[in-house]
Ligand binder design. Structure first.
Ligand code: ZN
Length: 448
């Protein structure tokens, strides 16, 4: 509306000026190279106006002719760009869908306009990985390291490749570099914790756990567990170096972080006892027993208490029963101690109670000892030993990743290289279930 009004006003103004000029008296004379040109003022005005319009039109035409190559180029560029980004989208979808052919076609589609860009490199790497061309994938990830925008992504790709190859040293260097760029990324922190741990850099690994805790990149209970494990490893190093005090403090810190981490509790209570702090050591064992009754705990309790005879050994173990009434481990420990003290009735009672759980080879072997000791019945003892051979094996430190069994807890599985993968659990051999009833009803009950 405003524009129309402006045109109307403009046309009116021009008409007024034209009328005014036409009404002006006088004429124009021009002498040029011997020619005389005569005209009225209005005619000159019309001529000047016509020249101006012609010049403006010529300028427009010239401008269009001069700028058209650039215009064509821009249009072409826009088309290339559109095609490249469309290929990129198709490529990402193809990679996600696992379509190798479509992914490779998309990579070719992004070449030219997007060549060397982080997105093109990423798609190239992913398509190469899909195809199994790890070399090309690595080259693409490496090229991404040169651009600060894509460096982090490139590091991740290379880290995954190194881990797949089992090259932990390179993986650690890459994870450290990624940590410098982004110390809060979850994948950086989890990888760094494991890689520092595997490399035996206990304090660095602990710092990574703390950083992960700050970034909420690790569950609190997992962080506590890993820190306890790392403190225990540091305690072992201190012990190897002959620094018993440092070892004791570290083991204590570990046991305090995770009261049921048996290796740390065992080490801490041994070191406390050797420093004359027997009560503190017993407290640690009692606390651990309440959450995780374990034969190593009852064994270390006996060891640090230095019993004078078999009867005092029973006295040392008895408090464990009140901490965890009815627990099979407590009954087995007391049954064994009772057999040593020739207390057959007590031994049979504890074995009967232990059989209410899932009887394993230990229980049957103790039954065999009872038969030998109480009744001197070798045939019955052999029967129990035969049953033992068919019974579920006793609990052991077992790798939850690969099932490997170890006599002691170790931080890394030597079979599958899993970190902190050993947990206390039952072996798998032998039939399971039904054995308890058989034991209770078939056990000879002739008492001395
Ligand atoms: Zn394993």
């Amino acid at each position: 509306m405003g524009r129309i009004l402006l045109y109307v006003v403009l046309i009116a103004a021009v008409s007024l000026v034209a009328v005014w000029v036409a009404e002006q008296p006088g004429d124009v004379r021009l002498i040029w190279r011997g020619y005389l040109v005569e005209s009225s003022v209005s005619m000159l005005f019309v001529l000047v106006m016509a020249c101006a319009v012609l010049l403006a039109f010529a300028y427009q035409v010239l401008n269009f002719v001069l700028s058209s190559p650039r215009l064509i180029q821009t249009t072409r560029r826009n088309r290339f760009r559109e095609n490249a980004y469309r290929s990129l989208t198709r490529g990402m979808v193809a990679v996600a869908a696992g379509d190798i052919k479509a992914a490779k076609r998309a990579v070719r589609g992004t070449e030219g306009f997007l060549s060397g860009s982080p997105l093109h490199l990423l798609l190239t790497a992913q398509a190469a990985q899909l195809e199994g061309n790890e070399l090309l994938a690595r080259e693409s990830f490496k090229a991404m390291l040169t651009d600060p925008e894509s460096e982090f992504l490139g590091l991740r790709g290379l880290l995954v490749q190194s881990l797949r190859k089992g090259d932990k040293k390179t993986a650690l260097a890459l994870a450290r570099r990624a940590f410098e760029i982004n110390p809060r990324a979850e994948w950086v922190l989890t990888n760094l914790i494991d890689l520092e741990t595997v490399a035996g850099n206990w304090p660095d690994a602990e710092q990574s756990v703390i950083a992960a805790q700050r970034a909420n990149g690790i569950k609190p209970e997992n962080a506590r567990r890993r820190r306890a494990v790392l403190l225990y490893q540091r305690a072992q190093v201190a012990l190897d170096q002959g620094d018993e005090k440092a070892a004791r403090d570290l083991a204590k810190r570990s046991a305090n972080l995770k009261a049921d981490f048996v290796p740390a509790v065992v080490l801490a209570s041994k070191l406390l006892a050797s420093a004359g702090r027997l009560r503190r050591a017993r407290k640690l064992i009692a606390r651990a027993w309440q959450s995780a009754p374990h034969p190593e705990l009852s064994a270390v309790l006996v060891e640090i208490s230095k019993p004078l005879n078999d009867l005092s050994r029973i006295k040392i173990l008895e408090p464990l029963m009140s901490l965890k009434p009815g627990n099979m481990e407590g009954h087995l420990a007391l049954a064994s101690a009772s057999l040593d003290a020739s207390l057959w009735g007590a031994a049979r009672e504890h074995l009967g109670e232990a059989a209410k759980g899932i009887p394993d080879q230990r229980l049957y072997r103790l039954m065999a000892r009872l038969e030998e000791g109480e009744n001197q019945n070798d045939a019955a003892a052999r029967q129990w030993l035969l049953k033992a051979s068919r019974a579920p094996s006793e609990p052991a430190w077992k790798c939850r990743e690969c099932g490997e069994i170890s006599n002691n807890w170790v931080i890394q599985c030597y079979s599958c290289e899993g970190v902190d993968s050993f947990e206390w659990g039952r072996g798998t051999n032998g039939p399971n279930g039904g054995a308890a009833d058989e034991l209770l009803f078939a056990a000879p009950s002739k008492r001395a």
